[in-house]
Design a protein around this ligand. Structure first.
Ligand code: ARG
Length: 405
């Protein structure tokens, strides 16, 4: 039926079982693709070895952390992307890059179908399939967990029969990359209960948060962090440094009841220390460097960009237009933000920018004031004229109407 399949392979239970089943059930030749997007388990050599052992006909591994930071995370920072105002899209933002890499690998390895390990309940199936088909409509996509109705017990049984090594202990369903860690399932499924301590991995749980303050600066150029504490580093490195610093300080854990594209409300737990710090710092710097009109209009674009990214529409042409706006509106979002982490909170302590729109002589109540207050009297008169006039007309009308009853 299919010539050769390209499997997005993480090395976990689902995709290992799929790798074997595709060969056994469909007689398919399978090429595996494993990408390092900054997940903790990124021993690409060990994952590759496992794929070879399970019969892969070719094995591809690739470190794409810099591509991820440069082409995806950076755009999200410019957009201040927070789905439902809470979730920094850590899983969502990696999917278009993974889809693009899969499409390219399918092309170079002559595969006519891409296989992924998503279930039928989540957003990721939508993101992969829409992205893959938007990039190459001739490719087929299959999702065996969803399409063949596989469940965990069946997979475990199949794994033990087929000598597939299974790592036990994963109580939750997790997904990790540079931008964050997503946790679902098990004890999190009861929204009446708090997040259990064993769900935390990157962030110090609240009852163990250290009291000592950690202070640092973040420098932005055109909306993108370029230096931490005055040291220039690639964005991927700044993000991984901040995951360490802020996670240890107990900052960046998010308990969220989320609306999925598939209509399901789900309780999700996210650990996104770097994303939370960077987006907060970036938003603060925008307060200083964007005009009122720019900021107000940007919030409309942000919201559109965020839902489209969440919904898996990254390769929709509208995204190019939104990204162009975001790049242009971020041109002056440059400067240094001083931050402090303490007791699990982030404080923006101060900021400065060569393009600051804050004008001390206009703002001050002190002796250096240059604001001409005499202009204000006429301004207030005209500014409120409609409101004052409408109210006075309506008040008279109400009096008249009530007289006639
Ligand atoms: N709900 C999130 C999203 O759709 C995260 C899903 C992560 N997957 C997981 N296996 N925990 O972006």
């Amino acid at each position: 039926m299919y010539k050769r399949g390209l499997l997005l392979y993480s090395g976990g239970l689902d995709t290992s079982v799929i790798l074997k089943m595709l060969q056994e059930k469909l007689g398919m030749d399978v090429v595996t693709l494993t990408l390092d997007v900054g997940q903790e388990e990124n021993d690409l050599a060990a994952i590759a070895e496992k794929a070879w052992k399970l019969g892969a006909s070719d094995v591809i591994t690739k470190n794409v952390k810099n591509e991820f930071a440069g082409g995806y995370i950076s755009r999200e920072i410019m957009a201040d992307g927070m789905y439902d105002g809470a979730y920094p899209l850590s899983t969502s933002i990696a999917r278009p890059l993974m889809s693009l890499e899969a499409v390219n690998a399918a092309d170079t390895h002559d595969c006519d179908v891409i296989v992924h390990g998503c279930t039928g309940k989540g957003n990721d199936q939508v993101r992969f399939e829409v992205s893959i088909r938007a990039l190459n409509p001739d490719l087929n996509v299959i999702a065996p967990v969803r399409d063949w109705g596989l469940n965990r017990d069946q997979e475990m049984e199949y794994a033990s029969k087929n000598g597939i090594p299974v790592k036990l202990g994963g109580k939750y369903s997790t997904d990790e990359n540079l931008w964050g860690r997503s946790v679902e399932g098990s004890d999190l499924e009861d929204p009446r209960k708090p997040i259990p301590a064993d769900a935390y991995a990157w962030v110090t749980p609240p009852d163990q948060t250290p009291h000592e303050a950690v202070e640092f600066t973040l420098q932005f150029t055109a909306g993108i962090p370029v230096e931490i504490n005055g040291v220039r580093k690639p964005l991927a490195k700044i993000v991984s440094d901040l995951n360490g610093i802020a996670g240890k300080a107990g900052y960046g854990a998010i308990d969220h009841l989320e609306d999925r594209v598939t209509g399901i409300k789900s309780r999700e737990f996210y650990e996104c220390p770097a994303a939370s710090v960077i987006i907060n710092a970036h938003r603060s710097l925008e307060r200083m460097t964007l005009s009122r009109e720019e900021a107000a209009f940007k919030s409309i674009i942000e919201s559109k960009w965020t839902t489209m990214t969440y919904d898996g529409l990254w390769f929709d042409p509208l995204m190019d237009h939104l990204n162009s706006f975001l790049k242009s509106v971020n041109a002056y979002v440059s400067g240094t933000v001083s931050l402090k982490l303490q007791n699990g909170n982030l404080f923006v302590q101060g900021m400065e920018s060569p393009y600051t729109l804050y004008n001390y002589e206009k703002s001050t109540y002190g002796m250096h004031d240059t604001f001409n207050q005499s202009y204000a009297k006429g301004f207030v008169e005209l500014f409120g004229m409609q409101t004052v006039n409408t109210n006075s007309v309506r008040k008279k009308a109400v009096a008249e109407i009530s007289k006639s009853f």
